[in-house]
Write a protein that binds this ligand. Sequence first.
Ligand code: FAD
Length: 461
Amino acid sequence: MMVYDIIIIGAGTAGISAYKEAIKHTNNILIINQGPWDTTCARVGCMPSKLLISSANQLHDAKTLDKVGIQSSIYIDTSKVMQRVRKYRDQFTASVMKDVNSWEKSHKINGKACFIDATTIEVNGKQYTSKSFIIAVGSTPRENKVWEDDLGDLLLTSDTIFELSSLPKSIAIIGSGAIATELAQALYNLDVKVHIFTRSKHIAIATSPKIQMLIQDELSQKLNVFFETTPTLKKINNQISINYLDNSNKEQKLCVDYVLNATGRTSLLKTLQLNNIDPNFHKIENLPIAKDTKQLANLPFFVIGDAYTNTPVQHEASHEGKVAVKNCLSYPDITAKKNYPPLSIVFSSPEIAIVGQSYQQLKEAKQEFTVGFASYANQGRATVLGKNIGGIEIYIDNETHKFLGSEIYVTQGEHLAHLLAWSLAENITLEQLLSRPFYHPTLEEGLRTALRDAMYQLHEE
Ligand SMILES: Cc1cc2nc3c(=O)[nH]c(=O)nc-3n(C[C@H](O)[C@H](O)[C@H](O)COP(=O)(O)OP(=O)(O)OC[C@H]3O[C@@H](n4cnc5c(N)ncnc54)[C@H](O)[C@@H]3O)c2cc1C
């Protein structure tokens, strides 16, 4: 019987990265994928969303040119915007497929894998055995069968929204996480009337009360956000009627063209019948997966990417793919994945980012830390750009003065976040950060203000 060295299940970012690493070491591998092989990131995730956001941001800048003393008149045809989204999305997916198509045919199987036992999987009625498995099955938008049945095509998810031929006049977004926030702001900037309904009191990823408040203050000027509100949805003619209770518990109603279900994503681990490996693996939430190595129990199994994570980001999925291969080949000698400094970005405008440990994580860990803050409401460079909104917090360990993390809501925050992630990797202190040159006039000068604020407080104590 043929026994593979590694079977990879799922050919998204994580699985593809694993295959590309594995092929350097062995030819005795198999990669199995159900559905398209061009990755969530390129097809319905990072790339089409950033394309839509780019058009939205540029339109917003054009519409607010008067801020920098320019009068203009603008015409927008959203069918052109959507055509551009799909044109470049197709280029990104084609580039992934070029890679995948160059792989040895006998290494690839189209189909849904599920486990028969701890060494065998079944795909399309055939069984395959391996010494080790990399499970990279990703996640899918959370389903709501009732809404699907009632609303039909008027219910969108991040899987379907980029297929719209043009943008609607109005939309209700259910959920207020990272994906919901990015799409809500992009649609608003593209002249769609946006209503957000969320069960929580939060927008996007920021955990710091101050940064969260800055985000809410800014976004609620533009988006119609209903916090802690669960609406009921009904299709009437070709629209959706939404009923909800307002702050004073009075019933209210509004009508929209579409609803976007952005209530989160669920892992596709449930498709694998992991209970055939061990009956205790019945519940996905209780799977014994090591946080640092991604190993499942003590088996030669590694669960990577969005399938099992609190930080569903492309760079982690890709990195975990490489590490999992090393661990499969050296099993039972397992090494922890090299921990990149965590970095999450929401591409709203301004961008929201968390570097390293969040405010909430530090609080939960009962860490003694100082928060340095700088507002960007009057920050020099941000004012010059006409984007003087938001602020930055940086977190410093009270004893060692080590830089621990940061929450950011600043224009071009992705670059500040990147810089800070690199600094975190160097295990840097507040004093070392402040000794670096800060050039003038830059957005980074606001970071220096936050660092000085932390220094001032630490010296006060
Ligand atoms: C709208 C949106 C925007 C995003 N924006 C960003 C961003 O800006 N930056 C960022 O870093 N990340 C972003 N992400 C997240 C990023 O896309 C994911 O972290 C990444 O794609 C996860 O890759 P993966 O390999 O784990 O999963 P996927 O790419 O989803 O791959 C999993 C594969 O496994 C297959 N599969 C599932 N079950 C089985 C089975 N039983 N048998 C065989 N095959 C199976 C699936 O069909 C799929 O092909 C975004 C995601 C979305 C949805």
